[in-house]
Write a protein that binds this ligand. Sequence first.
Ligand SMILES: [Zn+2]
Ligand SMILES: [Zn+2]
Length: 358
Amino acid sequence: MADMYETIAWGKKSKDSKFGLMQIERNLPGVDDVTFDLKFCGICHSDVHIANDDMGITNFPVVPGHELAGVVTAVGSNVTKFKLGDKVGVGCISDSCMKCSSCNQGFEQACHGGMTITTDSKIKHGHIKTNSGYTYGGFSGSQTVNQRYLIRIPNEYPLELAGPVFCSALTMYSPLCQWKANGGGMTVGVIGIGGLGQMGIQLAKAMGNQVTAISTTPAKKPVALEIGADMFIVSSDDAQMVSEANTLDLILNTVSANHQIEHYLPLLRRNGVIVQLGLAFEKHNISQIPLIMKRLIIAGGGIGGIPETQECMDFCAKNKIFSKIKMVKASELDEVFATLVKKNDQVIRYVLDIEGSK
Ligand SMILES: [Zn+2]
Ligand SMILES: [Zn+2]
């Protein structure tokens, strides 16, 4: 097609195939678009679900990756916020209707017409295009998006560390702001010390809160304390769960394995809030009594919209909040994905080195 260009990508042709190098087509930048060369892309556990077709809805060939970081190479004539050479990134959201009330208020993730996710989402709003009709993610040489979905990466922030900010940090930043921990002075618990949890601890601490890390794995205590937790609770230790009862104002629950929320409710103070952020599929069976007695709130949360993503990026830069990462090459993707299938609670975030993989 005339308005398209070819670029390289690393993707899978089918559920059972290995990762391989492929050519894909993306749209050339229109007047409101920005094209950037990808340098790095974070690898998130949801990429594993998509690449392995765990939900049975993946469209192949699929190119994962929704933690994109790179450098601007072309801008459309209406683009004023970005120029050639700028450090930029894209997170989970690549397109939305741009006209519903959610979009208008900067909550594109809740677009009434459905946001277009950066990986394997049907193209429907028309501001982004590919040759397959489904979005290709960031395991690729280049990307084009409407300037609205582009995040500016502050110059001083290392480009290889920026991708995880758009997914794991944002998923923690958004509920911390929603439940007013961004003003500091609260006691915040973070359950699960993995990719999300490590960002949650650092963000909650930088906002001025007292932070408690909660994990089933006692071995995570040193790293939790090192990144800023004031306190560590082993959630399978009944005595400790009892002694720490009624101590937390807010709990960010990142556990994505099946679990029962009721187990954690005693940790909350009166009026406390627990926010469910992991994708656990089994239903919870809870008694209303603690909710009534302590006026507790069970909430949900996830990524924020574009304005909040930029805020989160700027907050991480200002407060020097970084993910612990391990850089990998495209030739290692099969191995990394196999590791992630086995273990979902690593403190290390893998990041694909795109330049180094070419
Ligand atoms: Zn993610
Ligand atoms: Zn919308």
